[in-house]
Design a protein around this ligand. Structure first.
Ligand code: 9D3
Length: 250
């Protein structure tokens, strides 16, 4: 997958591309991420990228010309089909959207600063508008990193340990169970016995039950969204009947 990120602050994104799981994916060429600064496409003496809003009001708006010139140079180079604007008004990012994006050959992510981009950029060039959640950021850069990292994990070979992707997918739509490591007792607090005894079927049942308990306690809204298939998978690996019977509501 090829991703081009359009940003006035490439230095905000650059170091994150070379750390951890994402860093290995980029360094191994499993995905390529290029940073493009719209300022490099401004043609005036001061390389202007923003201007005051028509109609007045606070702040500045990102100008059409440099942004469009930058996007169009990428389209020519790569025959791009997905031009994404990161914006608070966009479709909320979730794992379902991440999966949709993971099959795209390429995308350009446009990061806005100031009060946003001239509406005409959206109308003329943008195919998708995405938000990462209902809180106010100062620009799209951190949102772009969220998209790049989440999408990268869905590409074959990026997460070295495929089991952890499978585990994530098993718990798709659920929170994970609590995890423990050594020592078996820490300041009087013991690790649940079942995890120590090597009975893998019992461990699987325990974890599934715990995942459901944690999800019900912390994010009951997630349980309402589970689809038929997911409920069946959870039931199949359980004792006969699955979810409702095994859960002991306080
Ligand atoms: C305070 C200005 N707001 C007036 C209603 C509009 C506004 C413009 C630009 C608010 C935030 C931003 C900058 N945010 C993003 O570029 C952004 C974002 C976000 O703020 N929250 C969640 N997802 C995203 S994706 C891009």
């Amino acid at each position: 997958m090829r991703i081009d990120v359009l940003t006035l602050f490439p230095e905000l994104i650059e170091p994150a591309l070379h750390a951890g799981v994402l860093g290995r994916a980029v360094n191994n060429g499993l995905m390529s991420v290029s940073l493009v600064n719209p300022r490099d496409f401004a043609t005036d003496r001061h390389r202007t990228v923003d201007d005051a809003p028509y109609g007045g009001g606070a702040g500045m708006v990102m100008k059409c010309e440099p942004l469009c010139a930058a996007v169009e140079s990428l389209i020519e180079k790569n025959s791009l089909r997905h031009v994404v604007l990161l914006t608070p008004r966009g479709r909320r990012l979730d794992q379902a959207l991440v999966r949709e994006m993971a099959v795209w050959q390429d995308m350009v992510l446009i990061c806005a600063r100031y009060e946003g981009v001239d509406e005409r950029v959206s109308e003329m060039l943008v195919s998708d508008e995405i938000s990462i959640g209902d809180y106010v950021l100062s620009g799209g850069e951190t949102a772009a990193l969220v998209v790049v990292e989440a999408v990268s994990r869905m590409l074959p070979g990026v997460v070295g340990n495929w089991e952890s992707v499978e585990t994530d997918s098993f718990y798709d739509g659920l929170l994970g169970p609590p995890q423990y490591t050594r020592p078996p007792v820490f300041r009087g607090a013991a690790v649940p016995e079942v995890l120590l005894n090597g009975d893998h079927a019992a461990i699987a049942r325990f974890r599934r039950r715990e995942a459901l308990r944690v999800t019900r306690t912390r994010r009951p809204d997630l349980l309402a969204n589970l689809d038929e298939e997911m409920l069946k998978r959870l039931a199949d690996t359980g004792r006969k009947t699955g979810i409702p019977e095994e859960e002991n509501e306080p």
